[in-house]
Write a protein that binds this ligand. Sequence first.
Ligand code: SAH
Ligand code: SF4
Length: 359
Amino acid sequence: MGLEQYRSRQLWQALYQQRVGSIEEITSLPKSVRDLLTRSGLEIGLPRITQTFLSSDGTERYLIACPDGETVETVWMPNGDDGELGDGSDAAIEEADATSKVGSSKLENSIPYRRATICISSQVGCAVNCQFCLTAKLGVKRNLTAGEIAGQVAAVLNRHQVKIGRDRINLVFMGMGEPFLNYDNFMAAVHLLVEGMGIPESRMTVSTSGILPGIERFAMEKLRPKLALSLNAPNDSIRESIMPITRKWNIEDLLAALHEVPLRPRERMTFEYVLLGGVNDRLQDARELSTLLRNSGLPCKVNLIVWNPGPDIPYRMPAPEDVGAFQQQLIASGVPAFLRRPRGRDIYAACGQLKRTVE
Ligand code: SAH
Ligand code: SF4
């Protein structure tokens, strides 16, 4: 457009740091430039939060509308769900440091320091068909664009007046969809979130159901969130029965691919394990799982998730004593295991419950 080069930097800052919703709000640009941008047909905007559901535990679930009318869900979890802290990771140590500074930041400005985790969707629905997951029932409608993925974060940050740098935000790509089946847009969104919004990639975790080619590409990335594999079973036969995708890529191949993903100092590979009553929650499953993970030679940890029920899903929750015994068995065998707090179950915001439920 023949504009000075620094205008592009101003535009970038307005979009990703100030998170403006319209060209008119970009007051760092003179009106003549804003008019020029508008006349050229350029449009900017944030996804709209059309509905908000509040949980008794502070979690908020949002229905977010894309320009074409499709909706996805995004979840705000004040204080996270313990999946990203309390586990000896770097994040946990930083959290402890930051918490001790709460008092002083309160004095400096009226909004107290905040930390929260945002759970983002990567697709409208999901094609993977895990038998225990409500999102699977939707099938996949379409991929989200990079802007729509990063835009969920911008919309939620604006709603809570979050200032990156002051507040501590973790991101988990664990909402609707399989990020590695929308790989290019997912990675482009990571770049926008890191380079544009200033959220460090070490505070992001992407979870995959085990899309082997995606893991292989991910291993080559320079800018890389932490990785979690939804393992959910100690062997292929149980995994196949709950995650049919195992027939395409089995556990052995997945573990081999994970070996190629470089880890940062003190980082460990995360394995998620949804406990389904009577299916994969027995003591023998825990023993088999710890042997599997120890033999893999990967520095790892297990995040245990108690299955969250949903309508027409033929499983039951594990008994609380079985959950405890499972976790203890892993720990006793030398595999760090953490129990994730279910967040927002009363509003269908917990893991595997995202189905655009509006009732
Ligand atoms: N598609 C990706 C990321 C989204 S699912 C993946 O599957 O990894 C995020 C996590 O929720 C996964 O670990 C999945 O196993 C888990 N999950 C799915 N349905 C669940 C349910 N009903 N209860 C508890 N966890 C569930
Ligand atoms: Fe898709 Fe993940 Fe649900 Fe499986 S668990 S159906 S991969 S969203």
